[in-house]
Design a protein around this ligand. Structure first.
Ligand code: GRF
Length: 208
């Protein structure tokens, strides 16, 4: 059984999708061992508590640098023998110390079709504002392995939604969450836990 840490900074709807998938038995060979939050005041922590999952706060403000916080994060992950790190709306910068220990074992969900609307400055509603301003007809979500390059790691799964003529950033964000993010993230986590993701350069092969 793979031990999973879910990293959060906000409302935690993707965490909830993982919790729900786990309770339906859809995270095959994996279990959420801990929820780690970058802030003590986020609703995601309540979701963890309600689900009976232990949580831990790693408050960025308590550390002098992103590197110092990352080292503390890695120490905690090692202490708990974590196999997979899932960033589910984790808004804090992490440094190479994480990827040195967890190579191809950190997963992120991004609310656009990478490489579009990705990279520095593309987070939260900004992503959907940019997509609408560009006039794209489809958008979606991407689950990818995390590397040092922001939003640049190998892509695991992508899903699409149509962009509708009267979409606002908020309506597009909601549709992408409901139709893509909340399905793709648990799927990718389950595939990882079954050892079914094989990274070959930039390509992730999904094994049967
Ligand atoms: C999601 O849109 C996710 O794609 C992005 O951050 C947001 C987190 O939302 N990385 P939530 O905290 O899971 O509700």
């Amino acid at each position: 059984m793979k031990k999973i840490a879910v990293l959060v900074s906000g409302g935690g709807t993707n965490l909830q999708a993982l919790i729900n998938a786990q309770s339906r038995g859809e995270i095959v060979n994996g279990e959420i061992s801990i929820v780690i939050s970058s802030s003590p005041m986020v609703y995601a922590l309540e979701r963890a508590q309600k689900a009976g999952i232990p949580s831990y706060v790693l408050d960025r403000k308590q550390y002098p640098s992103s590197q110092a916080m990352t080292v503390a994060l890695v120490d905690k992950l090692k202490e708990l023998s974590i196999d997979l790190v899932v960033m589910a709306g984790f808004m804090t910068i992490v440094t190479k110390e994480l990827f040195e220990v967890y190579e191809n074992a950190v997963i992120n969900i991004h609310p656009a079709l990478i490489p579009s609307f990705a990279g520095p400055g593309c987070y939260g509603l900004h992503v959907h504002e940019k997509a609408l301003a560009y006039g794209v007809k489809v958008s979606g979500a991407t689950v990818h392995f995390v590397t040092e390059e922001c939003d640049g790691g190998p892509i695991i799964l992508q899903g699409t939604v149509d962009v509708l003529p009267d979409d606002t950033p908020e309506s597009l964000q909601r549709r992408i969450m409901e139709q893509c993010e909340w399905k793709l993230l648990p799927q990718a986590v389950s595939l990882f836990c079954q050892n079914r993701l094989k990274v070959e350069g930039r390509t992730v092969r999904i094994l049967p």
